[in-house]
Design a protein. Structure first.
Length: 428
């Protein structure tokens, strides 16, 4: 499923980028092409008018001093022809051979088109046909006969080899850049597709695991309730008092299920709630002291050494009930996992305008590979303690509560020595 999602992400990304690149390159190419075409058109119009001007001067036998650099190549020239297609005049002034000009005229007239392109001596020329002017030939018999009118035409030639090469080089450059860029973007897309899918994949795996764990945790007490009910119904003549043992087990499992369902509802609520919790200044020191009182008896019954050092009147912004719940979760967790004859240390102090609350206990500790998952729902380091009354939701709830009150929670552990949970809140 996730491989398909990655491929779809890469495909869509490449399609969008390819479309943008092709559109951008096509726009640049078309703009360049139109600019070159307009420049060529302007050059042809200029050489056309120049050719006519030189022809008129030539016809009136006026001496023309045209300065043309020796050895220079003329990029554009005009040719005047008559109605039969015979050569009359050209504007190259001998720089271009007459044979070359006649060949160019021959190729252009064969095309039978007013405009076009021809290839001559490995050079590409753009040509344009136009009417030049009518030549009137007056003879001695002009009084008896109508004057002879000869229509002259002009073919203007422009060497566009360089401009065509420019367009071709631009096209090759675009294709090369496009291919290289697309391969680069393909690699980047694959990399980011993997990166972007990782959180989704992790979330999906956690969700699947959550459903499995929740189903299992609900299945166990239901099975126990069913077994105890069977025991009760198998002796229908017994009194309620005599069946108190089995009924007590049923009530116990119902309470556990109720707590599990409430915890799950709370976590679901915090996942879907975007509104911040209403916070007010509370005395964190008193909250911790009150929470210790409720669990102190259990600590001494288990023979655990209990040490505490709590700074007085530490004020933080929070919700008192939620703060007390955090403290009780951490204390309860410490009691469950403290080794026989071990100790629990509870500390509260102020450091850099932050209230730092820590609960540490001796014991097996937490292996490094379990640290990053310790706040996951239903996660337990020791699966053998799966039915010690804990569902593995306490630390997840504690983290959610701390986060909702703009605090931080972390854990550090040394295997076979101790584990310490640390909570930080900004002081008022």
């Amino acid at each position: 499923m996730f491989k398909k999602l990655k491929r779809k992400f890469v495909f869509l990304n490449m399609m969008m980028i390819s479309f943008v690149m092709i559109a951008s390159f096509a726009a640049i190419y078309m703009i360049t092409f139109n600019n070159i075409q307009n420049q060529n058109k302007l050059k042809i119009e200029n050489i056309s008018s120049t050719t006519k001007h030189y022809m008129e001067i030539f016809e009136h036998s006026v001496m023309v001093n045209v300065q043309l650099p020796s050895g220079e190549y003329i990029q554009a020239f005009g040719v005047i022809i008559n109605e039969q297609g015979d050569y009359v005049f050209d504007s190259s002034f001998g720089i271009i051979s007459k044979e070359f000009i006649l060949e160019a005229v021959n190729l252009a007239t064969k095309e039978n088109s007013k405009t076009g392109k021809i290839l001559l001596d490995d050079k590409q020329f753009q040509y344009s046909f136009s009417q030049a002017f009518a030549k009137v030939n007056i003879t001695d018999d002009s009084l008896k006969n109508l004057p002879v009118v000869e229509q002259l035409y002009q073919i203007t030639f422009l060497d566009i080899t360089e401009s065509q090469q420019t367009l071709m080089q631009l096209l090759i450059t675009f294709i090369t850049i496009g291919v290289v860029t697309l391969f680069g973007i393909l690699g980047i897309s694959i990399y980011f597709a993997k990166r972007s899918v990782i959180p989704i994949e992790k979330s999906y795996i956690k969700q699947q695991q959550f459903i499995q764990d929740a189903s299992h945790e609900l299945k166990t007490p239901l099975a126990s309730i069913g077994a105890n009910l069977d025991a009760v119904t198998s002796n229908p003549k017994e009194t309620v008092e005599s069946q108190q043992k089995w009924l007590g087990y049923i009530y116990y499992e119902i309470e556990r299920m109720s707590k599990l369902v409430n915890d799950l509802l709370y976590l679901a609520k915090t996942d879907n709630t975007e509104a911040p919790m209403e916070l007010s200044p509370i005395n964190f020191s008193e909250t911790i002291e009150n929470s210790i009182l409720s669990i102190e008896t259990v600590i001494f019954e288990k023979g655990i050494k209990f040490n505490r050092h709590i700074d007085s009147d530490v004020i933080v912004n929070g919700d008192e009930d939620k703060m007390e719940q955090i403290v009780k979760i951490l204390l309860d967790n410490a009691v469950k996992y403290t080794n026989a004859g071990g100790s629990i240390d509870v500390l509260l102090w102020i450091r850099k305008n932050q209230a730092v609350f820590s609960v540490s206990n001796t014991g097996d500790g937490i292996a490094e590979e379990h640290i990053e998952r310790i706040f996951d729902r239903f996660y337990r380091v020791d699966s053998s303690r799966k039915h010690n009354g804990s569902y593995g939701l306490g630390l997840s709830i504690a983290k959610s509560l701390v986060k909702s009150m703009n605090g931080e929670i972390s854990v550090s552990s040394i295997q076979n020595e101790n584990t310490m949970f640390t909570v930080k809140f900004n002081c008022v």
